[in-house]
Design a binder for this molecule. Structure first.
Ligand SMILES: [Zn+2]
Length: 73
C-alpha cells in the first residue's frame, strides 16, 4: 500500500481489488475489476465487477493447489 493512501475502511482490510479481463463483457485487458477478500472462515471470496451479482468463495487450500499447478513458486 502506498503510505500516502488512507487505510482501508474497517471491514475492508482483507480486500484487494485486481485489474482483470472479462471475456463475457469484452472489456479491454485489465479494464475491469475483481475484488478478492479473505472471509473470517478462511475462504477466499471473488467478486467480479464489484457488483455482488455473482460472488464465489474458494477454500484457501484449493486456491493454493491452483497456484501450484499453474507453476507459481
Ligand atoms: Zn464481465
Amino acid at each position: 500500500m502506498n503510505p500516502a493512501e488512507p487505510p482501508p475502511p474497517a471491514g475492508r482490510r482483507n480486500r484487494i481489488v485486481l485489474p482483470a479481463t472479462c471475456s463475457v463483457h469484452q472489456a479491454p485487458r485489465g479494464r475491469t475489476t475483481v475484488a478478492v477478500s479473505k472471509l473470517p472462515d478462511g475462504r477466499i471470496e471473488f467478486d467480479p465487477h464489484l457488483s455482488g451479482a455473482c460472488v464465489f468463495a474458494v477454500e484457501e487450500d484449493e486456491l493454493i493447489k491452483v497456484l501450484l499447478r499453474m507453476g507459481w513458486r
